[in-house]
Design a protein around this ligand. Sequence first.
Ligand code: TEU
Length: 572
Amino acid sequence: MPTPPNPMPSPKWWKEAIVYQIFPRSFQDSDGDGNGDLRGILSRLDYILSLGVNTLWINPVYPSPQRDNGYDISDFQDVDPRYGTMADLETLIKKLHEKHLRLIMDMVINHTSDEHVWFRQARTSRDNPYYPYYIWWPAEKGKPPYRLGFFDPAGEAWNYNEATDSYYLHYFGVGQPDLNWDNPKVRQELYKMLRFWLDRGVDGLRFDALTFISKDQAFPEITPKILKEKYRDDWGNYYATGPHLHDYLRELRREVLSHYDCVAIAEASGVSSDTVLDFVADDRQELDLLYHFEGMLLGTLPRGFKRPDPAGWDRGEFKKLYTRWSEVFDHRGWGTIYLGNHDQPRMLSRWGDDSEEYRDCSAKLLFTFLLTMRATPFLYSGDELGMSNIRFKSIDEYEDIETRLMYEKLKAEGGDTQGFLQDQQLMARDNSRTPFQWSAEPNAGFTPGRPWLKINPDFVKVNRDAEEKDAASVLNFVRRMIRIRKQYPALVYGSFSAMTHDSSPVFAYNRTLHNLTLSVLLNLSSADQPFDGLFSPPSAGDVLINNYPVLQWTRQGLQLKPWQALVFVCGR
Ligand code: TEU
């Protein structure tokens, strides 16, 4: 007998997880310093619970000079005073567990801050025992072969250090030197640190830039031609091909992860649907989940320098891509799905339509998509209110190292800074980092002080309080979708099959488990769309979700309204 397309996979809590990501600096301030903090999160636990999510991921809260919002860690085993204390974090873990919520912490182990004691030691002399904790190019060998530093003013990943007369490698900012994973001592120190957190009851680890940890330290020349031909012109694709990456991941599993009931998730730039199973298939003994960038690339331009067309992403490609990323896990492994996070603009502004007319229905459609796909959904805080891009006008309004440095570089080169600022209104990371909009009160109820980043002025309308009172709000829709995902195991474990493979903006698919099928129809556009596939009223089943009050059948089938999202349930 042929194997069914998606046999029931082995159940795991993290396949059933609905992850809610909080960017702590922007969620809730408890002490008036204008920065969100752990006590702020604690004070909002009831709200988080009311969403129905069961897992929380928080971005880094460790001590850090905050040049890259905490992704530059100066002490792995403490809490930055601006976020609170270790005791606050322990209280958070305890309270979450009392309410059956799990906690995923962010782990940045590709690099440290240049203020980490290891680097402060390392940079003093070549003889220092910490020198080999980082990656160096001795100046007597001449200039090091070019590598891209993502957040470097000159776009260079090497920075000269006088005391050692050598260059250190930093794939990100100059204040984020890359750790030397080829040094077994470094790996053991990091494993010890991870155990420290897991022993404190943390349920999952989200590993930052994990695919970049292994470097070919022979540092071959990577010419623009090689980059283009072998790595699709994306340094991330090259950085993710380090020679020992899989050895280190297996060691990480053996030494740390396998001893805990935790989920290991990689942020996985450079991984495609062709290579993902090498990381997450059970028999590989590496990771549980990863999140890829292929979906994001569809709506991006290479690091911001070309004019994007917000409405221009290719619907046909979108459907193909997410179908492919679902099918790759038909028999092995498991996927994740997201449309936004702290590194991306607001999902509503990028993938939906944040105009007055369509913001509500398109936000609801995007959540219907996220919560009906065969993958663990990662929801980003604020999206459940339909928060949108702030669209800063001047460079001075930005806080993000990425935007500020790209701007400086462009200015120095005499480039089109106005065009760049316009692009950033769509693409900048700060768009999704503005404070959470709790109410119409001053500063949106986020802080009694001065917020660290401007609050989106639309908070007077788009805020939690207002949406609580409105049964038809995005917020209440999201709660309903989450309940439905939990109520129908078919939405988690059921098979996925796309109903159409055309390039129309209608994405239609079935999720089936045993005798029950849920059919999902999504009109990914701001125009009416006919859908004539396979459907007539009696066979379609009962309408479970409709983000419009109407459902329009014609002789040919369904006439979908702009951004209409429908879920039918058929069978039992
Ligand atoms: O992001 C790494 C990252 O975003 C990738 O986008 C990578 O730069 C790109 O895909 C290469 O092609 C993580 C964090 O999420 C981010 O907030 C940090 O700024 C960054 O690492 C540095 O730690």
